[in-house]
Write a protein that binds this ligand. Sequence first.
Ligand code: SAH
Length: 349
Amino acid sequence: MSLPDIKSMTIEELSELMDSFGEKPFRASQIFSWLHEKGVSSVSDMTNLSKALRQRLEQETEFVSLKKVTMQESALDGTRKYLFALSDGNCIESVLMRYHHGNSVCISSQVGCNMGCSFCASTIGGKKRDLLASEMLDQIYRISEDIGERVSNVVVMGTGEPLDNYDNLIRFIRLITDPSGKNISQRNITVSTCGLVPQIGRLAEENLAITLALSLHAPTQELRESIMPIARKYHLTDVLNACDTYFRKTGRRVTIEYSLIHGINDDAVSAERLASLPGMKKCHINLIPVNPVRENSCQSPSRKQVMAFKNILENYGINVTIRREMGRDIDGACGQLRRRFAEDRSLST
Ligand code: SAH
């Protein structure tokens, strides 16, 4: 049987654990504060606990703490890409982006991904496993510690499909926004999905004020199916309906992500079709010139083409932005650092 993972526990669950240890309930808040507010990286740092309790925690619980393997920093904009090792030897990527309004961290939600999008490096090799809530949290804690600054924004847009790891994702969101922990505002959290319809429906009922981002990438069912296998399972109409429900239930504007792939979805007809989809005026569209990945043949459109696509959407009265390209000079696209590291390792063994 695996040991209880204390960093994934709520205060109530920690109280029950303390009770089972014969300890006073206030120990739970002390431990929670060490884990989440202070973000310590070992039980021995919890100096206001008795030695006996620290020893029991070390022996009878799991303390999840990620190890930094490498870090690349962009000379252009200070973006940092971290590669972390998990306790089972798997590696995951996280990205720190520095904005005027604060530090934003993009976290992974799974080791690898099963969704199979044709333009994405994270899905090559499939999904190895889901991440625990503690492993999602620690990406933020370790980065915050590394830079000695607070992280104010979180985007769940790294490797993995967060809604395919639903329970751990919700647990993660509740812990990272807990006022006794890092207390990040729900409004500063974005979860990106390729469009798992039942889980979008569930998320709308969680009473969370987070932003939902839908990876749409194509304005028709046929084109979407050709680049995103998940579209065969969930029809475009149902995905858009689920987003509309999310907006009505939460009052939160949905972000539509649209990666522009040259010669595939970046022409004027696609822009017109996208603008004419139901509900687009209530959304915010984020255009992402595709990040070319070594393993596929996707090309990025020219700046002129991106602007032309944007203009068409704007002429329809749609709110649209172009994703600022961060860290162009460091293994750009999602999943590339992890893949490169895995390749180097297999070459050297
Ligand atoms: N599985 C989730 C979140 C992870 S990917 C999702 O599908 O939304 C985060 C975003 O980056 C998604 O919109 C994804 O489609 C996009 N993306 C993946 N690879 C990309 C690439 N090479 N260039 C541009 N965008 C990419």
